[in-house]
Design a protein around this ligand. Structure first.
Ligand code: NDP
Length: 246
C-alpha cells in the first residue's frame, strides 16, 4: 500500500471514462474513499460496481453547472465528513482551426475545461479552508505547454488551467492546501472522440493509435502527488509517451 492514500476522500470529475475512471480504480485499490461525478450515470454506475463503491458515491454532474459541482463535493463531505482531494479532470478536446468557426465547440471547451475547473475549485475550497488542509489536482495537458495544429482553443483552455492553478497555489498558502497540475501527453482514452472537425479527427485518431500509452500512467502520477508527506507540494507533473515528439 502507498503511504497517505488510505481513507483519503477524493472527488473526481469526469469519473465515467478514461483518466478519471482509471484513477478511481487505482485509488480505490489503495483504500481511498472515492466520489465520482460525470454526466453519463450508467458509465459511473459501471465504474462504481467494478470498484465496489456505493450508489451514493456517484453523482450525476455537469461541470459547466456550478451548483452541480458544489452538490458533488458536498456529497463527499456528507458521506465521509471531509474532502481531501479535488481532482478536476473532466475535459474535452475539440481541435479545429479557428477559420472553421466551430463556435459551439469553442464555448463547450471553455465551459468544461476552464469554468468546470473553476467551479471545482470554488466547491472544494471552503471545505479545504475549514479543514486547514486539502489538495487540488487539476488536469492540464502537453497542450498546456505547446500548441499543435487546430489547438488554439484547446491549448488556451489548458494554459488557463496552469495559470489558474499557479494563482491558486499562491493564494491558498495560509490554509495548508496543496496544488498539483498534471499535464499528460497522449494517453489511451475516449478523448480523441471529442475531435469532430473534418480533416482533423482522422489524423488525431491515427496519432493516438500510434503514440498513446495506457491510462494507468496518469493514475500513478495522481498516486505519487497524493502520497507525498503533507509538507511536500508537488506542483507540476508533465509526462508523455516516450515516443511522442511534440
Ligand atoms: P475521456 O473522453 O475518456 O473522459 C473525459 C471525461 O470528462 C468523461 O468522464 C466525461 O464524462 C467528462 N466530461 C466531459 N464533459 C463533461 C461535463 N460537461 N461535465 C462533466 N463531465 C464531463 O478523456 P480523458 O480521460 O483523456 O480526459 C480527462 C482529462 O484529461 C481531460 O481534461 C483532458 O483534456 C485531459 N488530457 C487527456 C489526455 C489524453 O491524451 N487522454 C492528454 C492531456 C490531457 P461524461 O461524458 O460522462 O460527462
Amino acid at each position: 500500500m502507498t503511504e497517505n492514500i488510505r481513507d483519503k476522500v477524493v472527488v473526481i470529475t469526469g469519473g465515467s471514462s478514461g483518466l478519471g475512471a482509471e484513477t478511481a480504480r487505482h485509488l480505490a485499490g489503495e483504500g481511498a474513499k472515492v466520489v465520482l461525478g460525470a454526466r453519463r450515470v450508467e458509465r459511473l454506475e459501471a465504474v462504481a460496481e467494478e470498484i465496489g463503491l456505493g450508489e451514493d458515491a456517484i453523482v450525476k454532474t455537469d461541470v459547466t453547472d456550478r451548483e452541480q459541482v458544489k452538490a458533488l463535493v458536498d456529497r463527499a463531505a456528507e458521506l465521509h465528513g471531509r474532502v481531501d482531494v479535488m481532482l478536476n479532470n473532466a475535459g474535452l478536446m475539440p481541435l479545429s482551426p479557428l477559420e472553421m468557426e466551430r463556435f459551439d465547440e469553442w464555448d463547450q471547451a471553455i465551459d468544461v475545461n476552464i469554468k468546470g475547473v473553476l467551479w471545482g475549485i470554488a466547491a472544494a475550497l471552503p471545505h479545504f479552508k475549514e479543514q486547514k488542509g486539502g489538495q487540488f489536482i487539476n488536469v492540464s495537458s502537453v497542450a498546456g505547454h505547446k500548441i499543435g495544429q487546430g489547438g488554439a482553443i484547446y491549448s488556451a483552455t489548458k494554459y488557463a488551467v496552469r495559470v489558474i492553478s499557479e494563482a491558486l497555489r499562491q493564494e491558498v498558502k495560509p490554509y495548508n492546501i496543496r496544488t498539483t497540475v498534471i499535464s499528460p501527453g497522449a494517453v489511451d482514452t475516449e478523448l480523441p472522440d471529442s475531435v469532430k472537425a473534418e480533416g482533423v479527427a482522422g489524423p488525431i485518431s491515427d496519432f493516438y493509435a500510434e503514440n498513446a500509452i495506457p491510462a494507468d500512467s496518469f493514475a500513478r502520477c495522481v498516486v505519487f502527488a497524493m502520497s507525498q508527506p503533507d509538507d511536500v507540494d508537488v506542483n507540476e507533473i508533465l509526462f508523455r509517451p516516450t515516443k511522442q515528439q511534440l
